[in-house]
Design a protein around this ligand. Structure first.
Ligand code: PLP
Length: 500
C-alpha cells in the first residue's frame, strides 16, 4: 500500500543526526590532531589548544566562563557527578535533596542510590502539565535541604520549568540548584548566569553532535568533586585522556546553536501542523504535551485503547521512528514515571507515544508519518494479533501447529527461562534468521515483557507469514499468569536458531 517506503526519523529527543560540519571536524581531528593534550611537545600542545578552544565554545553557548565547563562522557555522567557530591554530607544536618518526580533516569536512579546511602530525597508535586510550582518548593524547602534538582525541559512531554523562580526559592533557603539542561539546550536560549543555577548538564548528541561526550557546568565557587580519579585532566575533575575528536565535535555543534535557535520558529509551525492533522486522522487522540511553555519539538500523544508497542512497531514497519518514552526505557515495559507523575494511569501511559522533531524534519516527512499512522489506526495496514499471557496454557503452548520464536536479549534469558519448545534468535539480528521460520505454522513471537516482539512480528508479516501473534506482557507475563506451568515446562526443548 505504501509504494515508496521512506525513512522518517522522529525521535530527536533520543538522539539527533550528526551534522555535516561536526562530522568534518571530527574527521579532521582524528586524522591530524592525535597528540595527547597533556603532553608538552608540539603534538600535545596543538591538542591542548583545540581542547581549550572547544571549552570556550561550549561555555559561550550557555554564557558561562571556560573555567566553569568540564567535559564528561555523557550527561548521565554529569548528573551522577553532581548528585554524588551530596554523599559527603550524609552525616551533616543539610542532607536532603529535593527533586522533581519527572527527572531523567540518570537523575532518578542516582537519587535512589543516594537514598540507599543515607541521603534524604523528597519529591515535589507536579501539575497535570508536569510543572513544578515554586511556591510548593518554598513550602517544602528547609535548612536541611542541600540541593534542589529540576530539569529545565522534560524529555518525554517537553514541559519547561520556571527555573529562575525555583533558583530564587532555593537560594533564599541556602540550597544549591542543579538543572539537567539536556533537552532545553539548542531548543531554547540557555543562559546559566540568567538562570542562576549552580550546576547544569549538557549532552552533545542531542544537538547534532557526537555521542559519548557531554559537559558539566559548575558555577564558580560551587563545590565539586572528581567522580573518576587518576590523572589531572579536566582540572582533576575527570581523569582519563580526553576524547578530543568528540570534544571538538561537541564544540562544532555548539557553534551552530544560534542557527538552530533561529530555526526554532519552523519547529513550532511543524508541531502545530502535526497536531492539527493528527486530530483529523485520530479525533480521540489526546495530546499530553502542554500547549504553553513547552518545547517546540516535542509531542506526547495518547491513543486510547491502542498499545504504544504496537503503534511503534507498525510505524517502524513503514520506516517511521517514534518512541514510547525516553530512549532509556525502550527495552523495558515499565510505564513511564513521567506520564504517571502527570496523572496518567499505567494503561494510559502504555497508550502514549512521543514524537520529537528537529530542524532537519521536513513537512513532507510529517505528512508521510501521519498517513502511515492514519492507515494503521483505521485498520488499513496489517495488524499483529496479541495474545494475553493468561491464554498460554499447556495445550496452547504444546499445540504442534504453534512455532514459538523467542527474540529476547541474552541478558533477559539469564533472568527467565524460555517458553517450552521455543526457538531462540537474537532480536537485533532476527532478520537474517527469519527465512528459516516455517510459513505454514502459527508463529508466536515472545520477548521479555512486550515491547520488542511486535517489531519482529512485522518483519515476519513482510515475509508473507499470515498467522503471527505476540504476547501482551511477554515471557514475564506468562510466568506470572502460569507459575506452575513455568516451574514444570519453562526451558524445555528450547532450540537456538542458526543460519542454514
Ligand atoms: N537528561 C535528559 C533530560 C535526557 O533526555 C538524556 C538523554 O536522553 C540524558 C539526561 C542523558 O544524556 P546522555 O545520553 O548524554 O547520557
Amino acid at each position: 500500500m505504501f509504494r515508496i517506503k521512506r525513512s522518517v526519523y522522529l525521535d530527536n529527543n533520543a538522539t539527533t543526526p550528526v551534522s555535516r560540519l561536526v562530522r568534518k571536524r571530527i574527521g579532521y581531528i582524528l586524522k591530524n590532531i592525535y597528540g595527547n593534550p597533556s603532553a608538552l611537545y608540539h603534538e600535545g600542545r596543538s591538542a591542548a589548544v583545540i581542547l581549550e578552544e572547544s571549552r570556550a565554545a561550549v561555555a559561550d553557548a550557555i554564557n558561562a566562563s571556560s573555567r566553569e565547563i568540564f567535559f564528561v562522557g555523557s550527561a548521565t555522567e554529569a548528573n551522577n557527578a553532581v548528585l554524588k557530591i551530596v554523599l559527603s554530607q550524609r552525616d551533616s544536618e543539610r542532607r536532603e535533596v529535593i527533586a522533581s518526580p519527572i527527572e531523567h533516569a540518570s537523575v532518578m536512579e542516582t537519587l535512589n542510590h543516594l537514598v540507599s546511602q543515607g541521603i534524604e530525597v523528597s519529591y515535589l508535586p507536579v501539575s497535570a502539565e508536569g510543572r513544578v510550582d515554586p511556591a510548593q518548593l518554598e513550602a517544602m524547602i528547609s535548612s536541611r535541604t542541600t540541593l534542589v534538582t529540576v530539569m529545565l525541559a522534560n524529555n518525554e512531554i517537553g514541559t519547561l520549568q520556571d527555573l529562575r523562580s525555583i533558583v530564587d526559592v532555593a537560594r533564599a533557603a541556602g540550597a544549591r540548584v542543579m538543572a539537567d539542561c539536556v533537552q532545553a539546550f539548542g531548543k531554547i536560549p540557555l543562559d546559566v548566569q540568567a538562570l542562576g543555577v549552580d550546576y547544569a548538564t549538557l549532552s552533545a548528541h542531542k544537538v547534532h553532535g557526537p555521542k559519548g561526550v557531554g559537559a558539566l557546568y559548575v558555577r564558580e565557587g560551587s563545590p565539586h568533586r572528581p567522580l573518576i580519579h587518576g590523572g589531572h585532566q579536566e582540572s582533576g575533575m575527570r581523569a582519563g585522556t580526553e576524547g578530543l575528536h568528540n570534544i571538538a565535535g561537541f564544540a562544532e555543534a555548539c557553534k551552530a546553536i544560534p542557527l538552530l535557535l533561529k530555526k526554532a520558529q519552523k519547529l513550532a509551525e511543524l508541531k502545530r501542523f502535526f497536531i492539527k492533522k493528527l486530530k483529523e486522522i485520530a479525533p480521540n487522540a489526546i495530546i499530553n504535551s502542554t500547549a504553553r511553555r513547552c518545547l517546540d519539538n516535542t509531542i506526547s500523544a495518547r491513543f486510547p485503547g491502542r498499545s504504544n508497542a504496537q503503534i511503534i512497531a507498525a510505524l517502524d514497519h513503514y520506516g517511521v521512528s517514534v518512541a514510547a518514552g525516553s530512549a532509556c526505557d525502550t527495552t523495558e515495559d515499565a510505564p513511564s514515571h513521567v506520564l504517571k507523575a502527570i496523572g496518567l494511569t499505567d494503561q494510559q501511559a502504555r497508550e502514549t507515544i512521543r514524537i520529537s522533531l528537529s530542524t532537519y524534519t521536513k513537512p513532507k516527512e510529517l505528512s508521510y508519518a501521519l498517513r502511515v499512522l492514519g492507515e494503521y489506526l483505521n485498520g488499513k495496514t496489517p495488524a499483529i494479533n496479541i495474545v494475553a499471557a493468561s491464554q498460554l496454557n499447556q495445550s496452547f503452548l504444546l499445540d504442534p501447529d504453534l512455532y514459538i520464536l523467542d527474540v529476547r536479549f541474552w541478558y533477559d534469558r539469564g533472568l527467565l527461562k524460555s517458553l517450552p519448545n521455543a526457538h531462540e534468535i537474537s532480536f537485533f539480528n532476527a532478520k537474517k534468521y527469519l527465512p528459516q521460520v516455517p510459513k505454514d505454522k502459527h508463529i508466536l513471537v515472545a520477548c521479555q515483557n512486550g515491547p520488542n516482539a511486535p517489531f519482529v512480528a512485522y518483519q515476519l508479516k513482510a515475509l508473507g507469514h499470515r498467522r503471527v501473534s505476540t504476547i501482551m506482557t511477554g515471557v514475564m507475563g506468562w510466568r506470572v499468569a502460569h507459575p506452575e506451568l513455568y516451574k514444570r515446562r519453562a526451558g524445555e526443548g528450547v532450540k537456538r536458531l542458526v543460519i542454514s
